[in-house]
Design a protein around this ligand. Structure first.
Ligand SMILES: Cc1ncc(COP(=O)(O)O)c(C=O)c1O
Length: 383
């Protein structure tokens, strides 16, 4: 099998990085569950010496996701947080990072509770406003860490504009692309230097693995990440690599249905009398709908709505039957959650207030079930 240079997105998802197994011809890359590799003589081997450093299943996944994101190489880690942690080791004591204020709660906790102790500093701004980003930049700023759309208030950052700003100031641009998935948004096309994913979400897509990946473009970043992955050793297991590889094969078809279901639920909720507001970039009422149309190839399966009070929010989460009350997102099954007390519980209340994350918000990760069944479930829960 030779993947043509002109291959389109879904073809790349299925075939990139995948060769029939050289020993048997197996079409699916096996789970190479091994810790070491036998060498023919000292210094003569097949490119694999020790499994922290190289594993064929992980390598196949890394090549697959590098191609999917339009990068040059990728490195897989034991979780999304391990991937973000690896990126921050590209920094040195004294460096400063400008971060999207509504970043994932775990990212905020890593930056504030751990990395500050190593003389790194972080400024959180609403990166949907370019002026705020620019005014937060200092001489020691080395990285912009962006999430778009943000979780759960669905605010967008203009990737082309922020990338131009990063280039002008010679700052590395990192984009956490977990929420959109590379099917809907490819930040490297806009000029990002590094893209990270919690593969736990859309890339795996089946809620049965935890993992993370960093996609890089420049040779310097590639060398540094390879060194960090091997030296710190927070590698993704062969089994998880295999599960995510299985997931990426269906990324395009899954995302098509996530888009349909996200829009169907947003449209339904928009008209419901008990819903005060729906936050979904696919709705024309979203303040950045035009930007979403420009930089995304679909609006995805994540939406948030305001039911007016914490009691009402808890009530909806309790009354749904088909949807499951759970953290995480991006799986084939629909999940519902209360961000203020679940995913964002580690974020201080004053920060939650600043980003508009109130306790009356409910978040849905729309799965790929029939949208009619999801609407009926929400209807009975809200009515
Ligand atoms: C946007 C985003 N980034 C990073 C992470 C962390 O990923 P993981 O849970 O795989 O460590 C998450 C987890 O929810 C997330 O939503």
């Amino acid at each position: 099998m030779k993947l043509p240079d002109t291959a389109r997105f879904s073809t790349i998802c299925i075939h990139a990085g995948q060769e029939p197994d050289p020993s048997t011809g197996a079409i699916i890359t096996p789970i190479y569950q091994t810790s070491t590799y036998v060498q023919e003589e000292v210094g003569r081997h097949k490119g694999f010496e020790y499994a922290r450093t190289q594993n064929p299943t992980r390598l196949a996944l890394e090549r697959n996701i590098a191609a999917i994101e339009g990068g040059k190489a990728a490195y897989a880690f034991a979780s999304g947080m391990a991937a973000i942690d690896a990126i921050t080791t590209l920094l040195e004591a004294g460096d400063h990072v400008v971060v999207t204020d509504n970043t994932y709660g775990g990212t905020f906790r890593l930056f504030e509770k751990i990395l500050r102790r190593y003389q790194l500093s972080f400024t959180y701004v609403d990166t949907s406003c370019l002026d705020l980003v620019e005014s937060a930049i200092r001489p020691e700023t080395k990285m912009l860490f962006i999430e778009t759309p943000t979780n759960p208030v669905m605010r967008l950052t203009d990737l082309a504009a922020v990338s131009a700003l990063a280039r002008r100031h010679r700052i590395k641009l990192v984009v956490d692309n977990t929420f959109a998935s590379p099917c809907l948004q490819r930040p490297i096309e806009f000029g990002a230097d590094l893209v990270i994913h919690s593969t736990t979400k859309y890339l795996n897509g089946h809620s049965d693995s935890v993992g993370g990946i960093v996609v890089a473009v420049s040779d310097d970043d590639i060398d540094a990440l390879q060194f960090i992955q091997n030296s710190a050793g927070a590698i993704l297991s062969p089994m998880d690599s295999w599960l995510i590889l299985r997931g990426t094969k269906t990324l395009a078809v899954r995302m098509a249905q996530h888009n349909v279901n996200g829009m169907a639920l947003a449209e339904y909720l928009r008209t419901h009398p008990r819903v005060k507001q729906v936050l979904y970039p696919g709705l024309p009422s979203h303040p950045q709908h035009e930007l979403a149309k420009r930089q995304m190839r679909g609006f995805g399966g994540m939406l948030t709505f305001d039911v007016g009070s914490v009691e009402a929010a808890f009530d909806v989460c309790k009354r749904v039957r088909l949807m499951s009350l759970a953290e995480s997102l991006g799986g084939v099954e629909t999940l519902i959650s209360h961000p203020a007390s679940m995913t964002h519980a580690s974020v201080p209340p004053e920060r939650l207030a600043k980003i508009g994350l109130t306790d009356s918000l409910v978040r849905i990760s729309a799965g790929i079930e029939d949208p009619g069944d999801l609407i009926e479930d929400l209807k009975q829960a809200l009515d």
